[in-house]
Design a protein around this ligand. Structure first.
Ligand code: FES
Length: 578
């Protein structure tokens, strides 16, 4: 077996003018020569407050890398701020994954730490790590504080959506609404402090052995977060310096680790977005995430974490209750996790479980859960031939079996325009359909799936209705919202031809979502359907729309998945000057 050789040696070894140029450009001193080089992919941005915590912990990360015998080199990467990017940060997830992969590919790096915290920076980094195939870890940037509003701590996202519903129902006046805004502004930076997409993906990242256990919910500014940063530096320095089997991120994210991640998402009532991101990660590794198998994995898992939006506490409480370790201790004896999967700390899941906090309030025993299984389901049927997802833990159980008339909105703008029109014929028993929100349709699959309750119904006390969409919803949202309907309307899925007044049947127990229209009638409608043209698209949105896959395949670009052996060759020819 040939001895392990640093990848960066292709740039830095030798005494010719090119090696000299490379060492000078990278600031590699005589003492640094022969050491592994660790890239720090920095997504900090004033446009993304969720990434605000990195400036404080990068020095600790660099110290850990140095103490581990390696050389840190920081480089900037586009940031994906969930709140400010339009039409959706999801449109740019794959772009950042490509940027990260190519930055790593083109430079003399032996390992990389991706700084990621917000909803899409985390999966973008996981995708990049899967494709770049170098030793890699993510450093998560801490969750934001929870200031008090009306005597209770504000959960990011969730409590804003609740307040919006109260306002639409006339239960929150203008002064209170303004006070809410001021309170939200006091929360500062960091990731959402609920079990939204960011916290869910943080837990997924721990389960995939791509971030240290205990990262999820760790508060921005806490000494513990700085310690995690230091340890991350030590571990990546060691992995990059020694190489060997299992060092590459692609080898770490095994199918068993993905299965664990999916079950953990169910146990915390996590974001439906996680299944899209895990499908994309699996695709990068040449594996297909089968939605029927996902539903089987979810079927036995009850809600164990009492965290918003499905519970009452916050991500900090989840962290203080032991986070992944405590969940593992509860789930392993019930056979709900694979204890042999190795984590970023070097421990197996079973070994981590021995460090659990004996908290029974925020993370509950399997025998006494917050809610019984399932917390998430996959449904399919004539309205969603390729599947759709519903977070049952955030839905009203009386709507799990429901048949209602469709009230169809052609797109998000149509929904915003007509939803509160007093003339809109809608009742609480109807099903609100918002279509053309999918990956191709916008493009970018924004979180437009959760249509608000029409104002007149909200004022009358209606708090939930069945809603169906080919879009996504925020992980902090709630309601009986069937999401990610595939195929989406924009590519001619049945959602495209549903009409006002058609009956839709949701049956969670049977895992069905059906359009109660005669097959011949449905076929006639589909035969006369024409796709909408989108001539104005150019640049990235056009490339995205032309190559993006549907939600069950992870909304990745077709030319980035299922790598061939040839495409796995990673060191570019480092010959001569650039
Ligand atoms: Fe960035 Fe929630 S909006 S983490």
């Amino acid at each position: 077996m040939s001895p392990f050789k640093l990848r960066s040696a292709a740039w830095f070894d030798g005494d010719d003018e090119v090696a000299v140029l490379h060492r000078v450009a990278a600031g590699i001193s005589a003492d640094d020569r022969g050491r592994a080089v660790i890239g720090i992919a920095d997504t900090s941005s004033a446009l993304n407050p969720c990434q605000a915590g990195f400036a404080a912990i990068i020095p600790e990360l660099e110290r850990g890398i140095r103490d581990g015998g390696a050389v840190p080199l920081r480089f900037p990467v586009m940031s994906l701020g969930e709140d400010l990017m339009k039409p959706s940060a999801m449109l740019y997830r794959n772009l950042v994954a490509m940027e990260l992969e190519e930055q790593v590919r083109a430079h003399p790096l032996d390992g990389v730490v991706y700084l990621a915290n917000c909803d899409k920076t985390v999966p973008a980094a996981l995708l990049a790590a899967a494709s770049a195939r170098l030793p890699a870890l993510l450093l998560l940037g801490g969750s934001r504080s929870a200031p008090l509003f009306a005597g209770r701590r504000l959960g990011s996202g969730t409590d804003l959506w609740r307040a919006l519903e109260d306002r639409r129902a006339g239960m929150l006046n203008d002064g209170e609404w303004q006070q809410l805004e001021q309170t939200l502004a006091c929360a500062g930076g960091g990731s959402c402090n609920t079990m939204g997409t960011a916290s869910t993906m943080a837990l997924v990242t721990e389960a995939l052995a791509m971030a240290l256990p205990g990262s999820t919910g760790c508060q921005l500014g806490s000494p513990e977060l700085a310690e995690i940063a230091y340890r991350t530096g030590r571990i990546i320095a060691d992995a990059a310096s020694t190489g060997g089997a299992g060092a590459g991120a692609d080898e770490v994210m095994t199918a068993a680790a993905v299965n664990n991640a999916l079950r953990l998402v169910a146990a915390v009532g996590g974001s439906t977005n996680a299944v899209i991101h895990l499908a994309a990660v699996s695709g990068r590794l040449g594996r297909n995430l089968d939605l029927a198998e996902v539903d089987r994995l979810w079927a036995e898992v009850p809600l164990l974490a009492d965290v918003e939006p499905c519970g009452s506490q916050l991500a900090h409480d989840f962290h203080d209750a032991g986070g992944l370790a405590t969940l593992a201790a509860e789930m392993l004896p019930a056979g709900l996790l694979d204890g042999a999967v190795r984590l970023a700390s070097g421990q197996t899941m079973a070994e981590l479980a021995k460090t659990a906090v004996t908290d029974q309030a925020v993370i509950r025993p399997v025998a006494d859960p917050v809610l019984p299984a399932p917390t998430l389901v996959v449904v399919s049927g004539s309205l969603a031939p390729d599947g759709a997802v519903l977070k049952t833990a955030a839905a009203s159980s009386h709507l799990w079996q429901h048949t209602g008339r469709a009230v169809v909105f052609d797109d998000y703008a149509d929904m915003r325009t007509r939803l509160d029109d007093p003339e809109l014929p809608v009742t609480a028993e109807d099903v609100l359909v918002v279509r053309n929100c999918g990956p191709v349709g916008v493009p970018g699959m924004p979180e437009w799936g959760m249509a608000p309750i029409p104002a007149a119904l909200a004022a009358a006390g209606v708090r939930d209705m069945v809603r169906v969409s080919d879009g996504r919803m925020s992980g902090t949202s709630f309601g009986t919202v069937v999401l990610h309907v595939a195929p989406e309307a924009a590519v001619g899925g049945p959602l495209a031809v549903i009409a006002d007044g058609d009956l839709i049947c949701l049956d969670v127990a049977a895992r069905r979502l059906d359009l109660l229209v005669e097959t011949t009638e449905l076929e006639l409608r589909l035969a006369s359907w024409q796709p909408q043209t989108n001539e104005h698209l150019r640049g990235w949105p056009k490339l995205y729309r032309d190559h993006v896959s549907q939600a069950p395949q992870g909304c990745d670009l077709d030319f980035l998945t299922s790598p061939t052996e040839e495409s796995r060759r990673f060191v570019p020819p480092v010959v001569g000057r650039s």
